[in-house]
Write a protein that binds this ligand. Structure first.
Ligand SMILES: Nc1ncnc2c1ncn2[C@@H]1O[C@H](COP(=O)(O)OP(=O)(O)O)[C@@H](O)[C@H]1O
Ligand SMILES: [Mg+2]
Length: 297
């Protein structure tokens, strides 16, 4: 019998706007589900047939403990999405794998040490001579935390932010700031069991004054993904599937895209760990997800 744990954490459940419609849809299908904190020491995970990651968003503060927990759960139950997908996608170095596989990823330069930070930043700016603004972000992160945008003229500040992240033990990514996001937003495409479900337009989160917004519902609206966006999302999912050696589609995935100056979409993120799926904005989507849960083997 399917007994499901829907995983959150003590501080994130209130922000998880997908959980109420998902819980209702599961109830309507008479699924046996329980909402649990991933770090609950009293939980016996073996009593669940499947443990489904939904909003354990505080893992970014202690990713090693979270991965250890995922590994434990994978031994005594079935983790959804599976452990290899979780491990690989927790760290945005996966973007380099996808770029190597031919996916149109936002050009990304990775900085691994403070000693190389200045050189990497100089090389990045040289490689993008016409660029007015750049983005500096940690490779492990969520909810835009520590993602910042800088003017080229403020490259010293960009370097300082990178160094602060490196000091805190992060690797760092430099990307061109894709300004189309201010006109068109970011497009997030949601897939359930490998099938396109719906898409969301997410307004720009990095303000001109350097402040960063979390992706709360007010920044989101329903939209339809274009054929070009869907083609890129499929290519990213297929490349991920090949890289991970998966033999079945992932139960859930969100593919986030921004358009480059030439109008073509580029991959911002492939969210296969714990993405918000914007169920409140897409009629029927929570039920499609619950039906996918009901079909878990
Ligand atoms: N290269 C970029 N160009 C424009 N905006 C960006 C870029 N990178 C990140 N952003 C903005 O910052 C937000 C958070 O960045 P993202 O890479 O999605 O990290 P997180 O994992 O924290 O969501 C995005 O939703 C987008 O608004
Ligand atoms: Mg994001």
């Amino acid at each position: 019998m399917t007994t499901l744990a829907l995983i959150t954490d003590a501080t994130s459940l209130d922000d998880d706007y997908d959980m109420p419609p998902l819980r209702d849809a599961c109830q309507a299908l008479a699924l046996d589900v329980r909402i649990c904190n991933w770090d609950d020491p009293d939980q016996d995970w073996s009593r669940f047939s499947h443990v489904v990651l939904r909003s354990p968003w505080d893992y970014t503060r202690r990713p090693d403990a979270f991965l250890d927990w995922c590994a434990h759960v994978s031994k005594v139950s079935r983790l959804v999405n599976p452990l290899p997908a979780v491990r690989w996608s927790l760290d945005k170095h996966y973007l380099a794998d996808l770029a190597r596989a031919g996916v149109a990823v936002i050009p990304s330069t990775f900085i691994e040490s403070k000693a190389s930070a200045q050189t990497m930043l100089d090389a990045f700016l040289q490689a993008h001579p016409g660029l007015d603004e750049l983005v500096v972000k940690p490779t492990v992160g969520a909810s835009s935390r520590n993602v910042r945008r800088f003017l080229r003229a403020d490259a010293m500040q960009a370097l300082q932010h990178a160094e602060t992240l490196l000091d805190a033990g992060h690797s760092v990514i430099l990307q061109p700031y894709l300004a189309s996001i201010e006109r068109q937003g970011e497009t997030d495409l949601v897939y359930i069991n490998g099938i396109y479900s719906h898409a969301i337009r997410k307004a720009a989160l990095l303000a001109r004054d350097g402040t960063t917004n979390a992706p709360t519902l007010g920044f989101l609206s329903a939209c339809e993904a274009t054929a070009t966006e869907r083609a890129l999302a499929s290519a990213a999912l297929q490349a991920a599937s090949r890289t991970l050696g998966l033999d079945a589609p992932l139960l859930y995935a969100r593919v986030d895209l921004i358009h480059a100056d030439d109008g073509q979409p580029q991959l911002l993120e492939l969210e296969i760990l714990e993405p918000s799926l914007s169920f409140p904005l897409a009629e029927g989507s929570a039920m499609r997800f619950a039906q996918a849960l009901a079909g878990l083997k």
